[in-house]
Design a protein around this ligand. Structure first.
Ligand SMILES: O=c1nc[nH]c2c1ncn2[C@H]1C[C@H](O)[C@@H](COP(=O)(O)OP(=O)(O)OP(=O)(O)O)O1
Ligand SMILES: [Mg+2]
Length: 206
């Protein structure tokens, strides 16, 4: 059996309302020595306004507010898609690209609309995930993971969430939504960030 990763607290609460993220974190933390709680557990879970201009600012805000409300170590993820031909958009506005209450389908439709006249060779994009782990007290750890790919105009695959069906990974010759959960975690922005967080915790709390 795989050795459990050390975690300095007994529990961690996932400071997110995104079911796709919850699935991915739960899977990645299954070999951590920690109890993972979510908004489904009976916790005080306030709505956090994401008004920061950077992934770091929003991740920090989500983690700190949920840590304060629950009294538990809280892990937040602020993530999104940066498209080169769109000057890095939608970036921190990825969840609200097509409007305040936009669905993944609405956001993807807007992406395809804006990308359809961009030559295929110029469709580079990257996913970014910034994780903030707010520890009880004032301590906070921030890490950033990225994943490079290309935008495609036709959806492929049904795994994952968000922009995954339109995000093609040249080295895998598949979209993110065509990868199995463990394959996604091995290459994704979120997977990269989780491994950085593991290393940081090992260094600080060895
Ligand atoms: O692996 C991913 N695969 C596809 N799309 C992704 C991914 N990671 C982030 N994304 C997109 C979804 C959403 O449009 C935005 C995140 O927005 P973001 O505010 O961080 O998350 P959210 O509002 O869904 O949940 P919450 O803030 O409660 O964590 O980027
Ligand atoms: Mg959000």
């Amino acid at each position: 059996m795989r050795k459990k990763e050390a975690f300095p607290w007994e529990s961690v609460v996932l400071a997110t309302k995104n079911k796709g993220k919850i699935k991915e974190f739960t899977r990645m933390f299954s070999h951590w020595n920690v109890r993972v709680l979510t908004m489904e557990d009976d916790l005080d879970f306030p709505d956090v306004v994401e008004d920061g201009e950077t992934f770091e600012a929003n991740a920090r805000k989500k983690a700190e507010e949920i840590m304060k409300a629950t009294g538990l170590a809280a892990l937040a993820d602020d993530s999104g898609l940066e498209v080169a031909a769109l000057d890095g958009k939608p970036g921190v506005y990825s969840a609200r690209f097509a409007g305040e209450h936009a669905s993944d389908a609405d956001n993807n439709a807007k992406l395809v609309q804006l990308m359809k006249d961009v030559p295929e060779a110029e469709r580079e994009a990257r996913f970014v995930s910034v994780l903030a782990l707010a520890l009880p007290g004032d301590d906070i750890i921030l890490v950033r993971g990225t994943c490079e790919g290309r935008i495609v105009l036709e959806a492929s695959g049904t795994n994952g969430f968000g922009y995954d069906p339109y995000f093609y990974l040249p080295e895998k010759e598949r979209t993110m939504a065509e990868l199995a959960p463990d394959e996604k975690n091995a290459v994704s922005h979120r997977g990269v960030a989780v491994r950085k967080l593991t290393a940081e915790l090992a260094e600080r709390f060895a």
